[in-house]
Write a protein that binds this ligand. Structure first.
Ligand code: PMV
Length: 335
């Protein structure tokens, strides 16, 4: 029997309209559709090997700041669940060793769960020789518990359909990576792991009195985003991206108990982005469940924005991403 081992590299993505809150926790069914852009330089590389030599599952995680350590707690629990789900599907009983590396700081609002669970699922499917199409892969990825990972299956601009049940909640590509030369400049204001995971935020979202209004608004936001993507209307795209970000954070700040993901630098940057727009340098800000600001801009503005923010007080690191391709299987194994 051939070795049950494979590696995958998966990109992170940045949501233009946000997934926040679930109808079904177990199936990771979201409360709304979401639309994202896949990133080209921020990724997770994961190798999975199943075999009788492993007496139990081992999950090794590392990132750009930390050496590989054995995973524990909630994160490991979700990885173990996914291994079990896919092992069952393949009829394999062996345990696995998982070695996963993020080329960016984990858990700081750079959507490490998106690239992580997308890479894990793709590597498991390849190692176990489970053949599925991309739609099914996005569904299986979603079941790992990180909804945003379902969008990282594809490159370019991606929509995750909310769906009414597991089979109808999947991602699809709206446009590939060559459609529009956009960029995401990530201004890292905090690289330590955040206090409140998105898991906690999703669970608390329904306690916000603003959630009902958000769910109504996001329907229009998604329509406008699709219009903006189709016609490459950058101003419309940017305006909706910011409305979405403020809507998500209005919900987190009014959840019970509230979650304030921003720090002082986050707010300073939000003001600066407005100031720069008034001066003709156009970018729009979005944030996931964390304090790091993602500037969405046209690629022609990258150099000016990067230079401007390189000595901005409180910005610790800058990542520049363009539109990337989706998850892929690699030949290179991490172990
Ligand atoms: O995929 P999760 O469970 O880590 O949640 C992601 C939530 C946001 O990043 C805030 C929004 C999104 O759609 O990516």
């Amino acid at each position: 029997m051939s070795k049950l081992k494979a590696s995958a590299i998966a990109p992170s993505n940045i949501a233009f309209s946000k997934y926040w809150g679930k109808i079904d926790d177990e199936l990771t069914l979201p409360l709304n559709d979401s639309i994202s852009m896949t990133l080209d330089t921020i990724f997770t590389h994961t190798t999975v090997e199943f075999g009788p030599q492993y007496a139990k599952n081992e999950v090794w995680l590392s990132d750009s700041k930390t050496k590989a350590t054995l995973a524990k707690d909630q994160k490991q629990a979700r990885v173990l669940q996914q291994l079990k789900r896919l092992r069952r599907l393949a009829g394999v009983k062996d345990f696995a060793k998982v070695v996963s590396h993020n080329n960016f700081p984990t858990g700081a609002g750079i959507a490490s769960s998106a690239s992580g669970f997308s890479a894990l699922t793709a590597a498991c499917l390849a190692a176990l020789n489970i053949q599925v199409d991309k739609k099914q892969q996005s569904i299986l990825t979603r079941l790992a518990g990180s909804g945003s990972a379902t969008r990282s299956v594809y490159g370019g601009f991606v929509k995750w359909h909310q769906g009414k049940n597991s089979e109808s909640s999947y991602a699809e590509q709206l446009y590939d990576q060559d459609h529009w030369d956009l960029a995401n400049i990530i201004l890292v204001t905090e690289s330590a792991a955040k206090k409140h995971s998105s898991l906690i935020g999703h669970a608390r979202s329904k306690s916000s009195p603003f959630m009902v209004a958000r769910l109504k608004a996001v329907l229009q936001h998604n329509q406008d985003l699709e219009t903006a993507l189709k016609s490459k209307d950058f101003q419309l795209l940017g305006q909706v991206i910011e409305q979405e970000m403020f809507s998500l954070h209005a919900v987190t700040m009014t959840s019970q108990p509230p979650i304030l993901y921003w720090n002082g630098t986050t707010v300073e940057i939000l003001h600066e982005v407005r100031k720069l727009r008034d001066q003709g340098l156009e970018s729009y800000a979005t944030l996931d469940a964390g304090p790091n600001v993602h500037l969405i801009t046209e690629s022609s503005n990258i150099k000016k924005l990067q230079k401007h923010f390189s000595d901005f007080v409180g910005v610790k690191q800058i990542f520049v991403c363009k539109v990337g391709k989706g998850v892929k299987i690699t030949k290179q194994h991490l172990f």
